[in-house]
Design a protein around this ligand. Structure first.
Ligand code: UDP
Ligand code: MG
Length: 339
């Protein structure tokens, strides 16, 4: 494990009670994955079969506009699939929540449908889970293939996010992760509508361990995350997990007020000694512009939080299920197939 990750990982696994035999739920969010879905699901089935005969794959169709639906419905006839179609595109965070809510296994694997998360890592994740870790998550070890803007943006985001926050979000940890049922139940119990998953995973805690990996190239189709969507996600993350942006403005405001006060004293003394003249317009204009900018920005930040509060008080569900096709061989604890 690299040094910068050391502080996010606990010292040693629990290694106490042996785990119950694995019953794995693989949650696969899919948004316009027509090109990848079939190949991916078949590869996933193969990889998981090597670990356990008891597994299900929960495919969440997040409002795809291509043939993803038909592919999934067809595959549901032959693979151990639970197919959940959301009523529209709710975003990856909501799709993951939907998958996790419907998963029945005693462990849940979250994995992208585009082959970017290497299936070769599953045996290692499995054995770490068996040895006592409750959550095993992939950490992107090399962002070499990504654009400079995306890399710089990601860096700034994690720095802001973790500044002075008690719950540290490990940088570059994605949604590729293996979670014990305990963690899944804890996640499900969190009531917020705005599911910034990276934050929630860190918030719930438990024994976690990071596994560095290099994401593979997308097999087919296109990434759904452009710069604007990443920016929105970052804003969502910051405002739902950090009050730093609010506090920054109190500090900035205080500093500016102090400087303004000192400057006022200087001007008063200067006028008293040298008399008044009409100089100083540039200072005035610059001052007005600077402070209006600062005020607008602070109001914008308040707005972000108020928007978040607004979303929460409306109490709308995170997602809506339009179709639920259950070919999963796993039953829940009560033995019934209804979750
Ligand atoms: N995804 C989703 N809903 C969305 C966008 C993406 O369910 O609104 C899924 C997508 O099908 C894929 C995973 O989330 O399985 C990761 O998306 P993508 O590959 O587009 O993101 P990137 O890997 O570029 O960050
Ligand atoms: Mg991808």
């Amino acid at each position: 494990m690299t040094d910068h990750l050391a502080k996010f990982a606990p010292a040693a696994p629990l290694g106490v009670l042996p785990r119950a035999p694995l019953r794995l739920s693989c949650v696969v969010p899919a948004h316009n994955e027509e090109a990848n879905l079939e190949g991916f699901l078949r590869a996933l089935v193969q990889a998981v079969q090597a670990l356990t005969p008891d597994f299900e794959i929960v495919v969440v169709n997040d409002g795809s506009r291509d043939g993803t639906h038909d592919v999934a419905v067809r595959l549901a006839q032959e693979l151990p699939l639970r197919y959940i179609a959301l009523s529209r595109n709710f975003g990856k965070e909501a799709a993951l929540s939907a998958g996790v809510d419907h998963a029945r296994g005693n462990a849940v694997l979250l994995i992208d449908a585009d082959f970017q998360h290497p299936l070769e890592m599953l045996p290692q994740m499995h054995s770490l889970w068996q040895s006592g870790y409750d959550m095993v998550y992939g950490v992107i070890a090399d962002r070499g293939a990504e654009s400079g803007t995306k890399r710089v943006g990601t860096n700034v985001f994690y720095r802001l996010m973790n500044a002075g926050n008690r719950v540290k979000i490990p940088p570059n940890a994605g949604d590729f992760r293996w979670m014990d049922r305990q963690v899944v139940d804890a996640l499900k119990a969190l009531p917020e509508r705005n599911r910034f998953m990276k934050g929630l995973y860190a918030w719930v805690g438990f024994k976690t361990v990071a596994l560095p990996f290099v994401p593979l190239d997308r097999a087919g189709g296109e990434s759904s995350f452009n710069l604007w969507r990443l920016f929105s996600l970052a804003m969502q993350g910051l405002t739902s997990f950090s009050t730093l942006p609010l506090r920054v403005w109190s500090v900035v405001g205080g500093l500016i007020a102090l400087v303004a006060l000192l400057y006022g004293v200087v001007i008063t003394v200067d006028t008293a000694i040298n008399g008044a003249d009409l100089a100083g317009w540039p200072t005035l204009a610059a001052g007005i512009m600077l402070f209006s900018g600062v005020q607008l920005m602070s109001i914008g930040i308040l707005g972000e939080y108020i928007g978040r509060i607004y979303e929460e008080v409306k109490q709308r569900p995170t997602y809506l299920v339009a179709r639920d096709e259950d070919h999963s061989p796993l039953s829940d604890k009560r033995g019934s197939k209804q979750p």
